[in-house]
Write a protein that binds this ligand. Structure first.
Ligand code: ZN
Ligand code: ZN
Length: 248
């Protein structure tokens, strides 16, 4: 009954405000602000490292970093490459106050993960430092995580993990430096208890942030840590990038 009421309500809203594609301004499809054509053209991360989702040229092959030093997390799922127009949508969400893009991007991520990932006991969005949260007004990772938790019918924990240290731009740092800078930036509630966790973030660049959080989770006895991110930066560009996403 409730879903019928929701459907009718959505139908009524769409009559008055039809969805508009945020990319081409055509009419959106499936009640979303994205049309089918633009959606099909998004840069998908089809061939990627099976551990860290780094875009690769050979299917099923671990990237050099994962071969040399296996990451602490079990697996990153990042369905898109951090490239046009996904990169611009994420930047608009984070830096231009386009809070309204979050439900669309979160639903997109949920669609892509459908049938491909196991449902975790709990979803943890990567937290922002409180100062950054005050400036931005919202945590984009949490906003992306909301539709995921709803569709997976699992809990969303926004309290267990805290970011205590503000890290300045990571964009000019290499992988090793990032790992050093991020060390000790997070705190986990000592009472945290789960076996399987999914960490949610907007972009994974080198994986140093989610790697650091994973180490905390492992110490708390978490057995499986999956990372769900909208996009993965190709490693070669991780250091050269403009720093849009790395400002967090
Ligand atoms: Zn479009
Ligand atoms: Zn890898």
């Amino acid at each position: 009954m409730r879903s019928l009421v929701n459907k009718l309500w959505r139908g009524a809203v769409e009559l008055v405000y039809p969805p508009v594609c945020v990319l081409c301004l055509d009419r959106g499809d499936d009640g979303r602000d994205l049309c089918a054509g633009c959606r099909d053209d998004l840069p998908r991360n089809f061939i990627a490292c099976p551990r860290c989702a780094e875009p690769m040229t050979t299917r099923g092959q671990l990237c050099g970093h994962c071969q040399q030093r296996p990451p602490d997390f079990d697996r990153v799922h990042a369905p898109f490459v951090y490239d046009f127009p996904v990169a611009q949508m994420i930047a608009a969400l984070k830096f231009n106050g386009r809070h309204g893009l979050a439900p669309l991007l979160g639903e997109l991520l949920a669609d892509e993960l459908e049938g491909r990932v196991a449902t975790p006991d709990v979803i943890l969005p990567v937290p922002l430092h409180p100062k950054r949260l005050r400036e931005r007004g919202y945590n984009q990772a949490l906003e992306l995580a909301r539709p995921l938790a709803r569709r997976r019918q699992t809990s969303l924990d926004t309290r267990a993990l805290r970011r205590d240290h503000a890290t300045e731009a990571l964009s000019h740092l290499d992988r090793k430096q990032r790992r050093r800078v991020i060390r000790g930036a997070f705190q986990l509630d000592p009472a945290f208890n789960a076996r399987h966790v999914a960490l949610v973030d907007d972009v994974v660049t080198t994986g140093s942030t989610v790697g650091e959080i994973t180490r905390l989770l492992r110490r708390a006895g978490v057995e499986r840590v999956d990372v769900w991110a909208l996009a993965r930066t190709p490693e070669a560009r991780a250091v050269k990038k403009s720093g849009m996403d790395a400002r967090k």
